[in-house]
Ligand binder design. Structure first.
Ligand SMILES: [Zn+2]
Ligand SMILES: [Zn+2]
Ligand SMILES: [Zn+2]
Ligand SMILES: [Zn+2]
Ligand SMILES: [Zn+2]
Length: 618
């Protein structure tokens, strides 16, 4: 515990006892603002102690229990105070209980007091303070205490997601030893929209980038006739071209004034991209990014070999650019709002860890887990990223080494969710056709028949969604993800209930094709997300017909049914009969089947080949 902390506490203690004029300024920097606000609030509204009479030392409201200075309490007094705090807490008087805890001098607070104080703050939804008190509890505890670690993690998560949880009172984010998950707090019915989410960072998938361009910010389709008709465009007679343009919905893509690589639907989107990431990724200022932009523009074939994800490596570059610009903005403290000097004439000195760590925290909730050796198979991507962020135009140094690259790569691979612009390319095309049909008097539609290529593909984006990424996988998912125009300007996703949820049920989505058998699903999940699925469905399904799903007995060995085929040394077995409905479980006997049905097979037994797969993260 630092001397400053003790002084801060003494100062507050003195203030609490009306011995000093209390001005907020005086206390700034002493303790967290949240803690101070909470104490002020408790004194004013719960204890009716008026801060305005702080100079009046004879105030009858003066708290008689506290000592006037933060000298150590005697053992008896301390025990008495601890007992009072416990009683208030047990009685549900959270504010008063916290006040009792807080009045005990910091250096005398026991593990129990830190814990009670933390619990009070958590229940009062003052998560920043709860976080501090739980971390002090861990500090006092000295041994590795799982329970306290979980409590601290819960407070941290609650603080991080506070806005969401206030906005969506029907859900809760809980943490246990397995990690975090989202749970229902009330009954949620099938078809009900549970929450919407917008990406912190996103980029268009490389396979849709060149054939169906969209605004890099708001994802609005920017499909023009020239792009739609591709090579055919130049062969269309000029008069017909003019007519097509006349009936095509009006689209004017705006490009970055300094490079040809980014397109936007409006000046506002262009500015936002510039401020958020493009000013340090624009190839005209950082030539090293040219290779990345070209890499993406050239499409999927190169990408499949070197970046094993349908998601663009641009997400990673943008993510780091955003962190860097966040640091720059926080250091400059708004003085040069949104405009770094492009000549970087006054390059910022190496920033201390503070602002960089803070900027990184925005992305800290996205878990990262995967095979580090895979990274060595995509050396070109690591090299491109190193070159970009080591370039002299960077306002601060951000170290991209193999470890950092691996961490960020798997953050994207494990969490990126695909979504599409609600102003689909197909919508533009449909509007074009209906414009022609409604107004055409010159037989244009007939003329066009030879040139039309049918519906264009929709542009797909991959993004990191803070709340959605807290949803865990289940092979019998309770929720599904849908595209959604979250605000008129911002596209994102919404999470919709698929199966009825009771309070306490976990909200889950699926990451794989539900029609696959258990062995294939588990293998895919292990490969792509590095976990072994133990969901309810995986629990009550089997891998194959050669062992009983319930009692695990192997099926009887038989002679080779086809002597022309060999099976190495593996014996041939007679398959057990499959469950006639789902065909994903096999039993040695009707007894085993009945037993399994009762145990839980009935909850997941249905024809999964007919189940509509909700959009998945892959
Ligand atoms: Zn836009
Ligand atoms: Zn540019
Ligand atoms: Zn499963
Ligand atoms: Zn059996
Ligand atoms: Zn079944």
């Amino acid at each position: 515990m630092s001397g400053d902390d003790i002084n801060a506490d003494r100062m507050l203690e003195a203030m609490a006892n009306n011995n000093q004029p209390s001005t907020i300024n005086q206390l700034n920097g002493c303790t967290s603002k949240e803690e101070l606000d909470l104490i002020m609030h408790i004194r004013r509204t719960i204890l009716h102690l008026d801060e305005d009479t702080t100079n009046d030392r004879s105030s009858p409201k003066k708290d008689t229990i506290s000592t006037t200075t933060a000298t150590s309490l005697s053992t008896a007094t301390l025990d008495f105070k601890i007992e009072r705090a416990k009683q208030k807490f047990a009685a549900g008087s959270l504010e008063e209980a916290f006040y009792e805890c807080w009045k005990i001098p910091q250096e005398q607070r026991t593990l129990e007091i830190w814990k009670i104080g933390g619990e009070c703050c958590k229940k009062l939804r003052v998560f920043a303070v709860a976080q501090r008190w739980f971390s002090e509890a861990i500090h006092v505890c000295r041994s590795n205490n799982t329970d306290l670690n979980v409590k601290l993690e819960q407070a941290r998560i609650a603080r991080f997601f506070n806005t969401y949880l206030t906005q969506y009172p029907m859900i809760d984010i809980r943490v246990d030893e397995r990690g975090k998950g989202i749970y229902a707090k009330r009954v949620i019915s099938p078809g009900e929209d549970i929450f919407t989410d917008i990406p912190l960072v996103h980029a268009q998938t490389v396979d849709t980038l060149s054939i169906s361009p969209a605004c890099a910010i708001c994802t609005t389709s920017l499909l023009t006739p020239a792009v739609y008709f591709e090579t055919t465009w130049s062969r269309i007679p000029e008069k017909l071209q003019r007519q097509i343009e006349e009936y095509w919905p009006h689209i004017t893509p705006i490009s970055c004034p300094y490079c040809p690589f980014e397109l936007y639907c409006s000046e506002a989107c262009r500015q936002q991209a510039w401020d958020n990431y493009h000013k340090i990724l624009c190839p005209s200022f950082n030539p090293e990014t040219t290779e990345l932009y070209q890499f993406c523009a050239n499409g999927q074939i190169i990408v499949r070999e070197t970046w094993n994800s349908i998601f663009s490596p641009m997400i990673l570059a943008k993510l780091i650019a955003m962190i860097i610009l966040n640091v720059v903005n926080s250091v400059q403290n708004g003085t040069t709002q949104n405009s770094i000097d492009l000549n970087y004439s006054h390059k910022l000195q190496q920033t201390d860890d503070g602002p960089l760590e803070q900027a990184k925290e925005i992305f800290s909730e996205f878990i990262s887990s995967g095979d580090a050796t895979y990274i060595r198979t995509i050396p070109r991507m690591l090299k491109i990223m190193k070159n970009i962020f080591n370039h002299s135009s960077m306002p601060i140094h951000y170290e991209i080494n193999e470890q950092e690259f691996t961490y960020r790569f798997y953050q994207i691979a494990c969490n990126a969710q695909s979504f599409s612009s609600p102003t689909y390319a197909t919508t533009i095309y449909t509007r074009f056709l209906s414009n022609i049909r409604q107004r055409d008097r010159t037989g244009l539609y007939q003329l066009l028949q030879t040139y039309l290529k049918g519906e264009p593909i929709d542009q797909v984006f991959g993004g990191l969604f803070p709340l959605q990424s807290s949803l865990n996988h289940s092979c019998d998912n309770s929720c599904e993800i849908m595209d959604c125009q979250v605000t008129p300007e911002v596209a994102g996703i919404k999470v919709r209930c698929k199966h009825q949820l009771k309070p306490g049920d976990e909200l889950t989505i699926n990451y794989v094709d539900l029609a696959l058998g258990r062995r294939a699903r588990r293998a895919m999940l292990k490969r792509a997300y590095n976990f072994w699925c133990e969901c309810q469905r995986c629990t009550f399904e089997g891998d194959d017909a050669y062992s009983c799903t319930e009692c695990k007995t192997l099926s009887p060995i038989i002679d080779n049914p086809n002597p022309n085929l060999t099976n190495g040394n593996i014996p041939y077995r007679k398959p057990f009969p499959a469950c006639s409905r789902c065909r994903n479980a096999w039993y040695c006997s009707p007894t085993c089947q009945k037993q399994a049905w009762k145990q839980g097979h009935k909850l997941i037994c249905r024809d999964w080949t007919k189940e509509r797969s909700s959009s998945s993260a892959n």
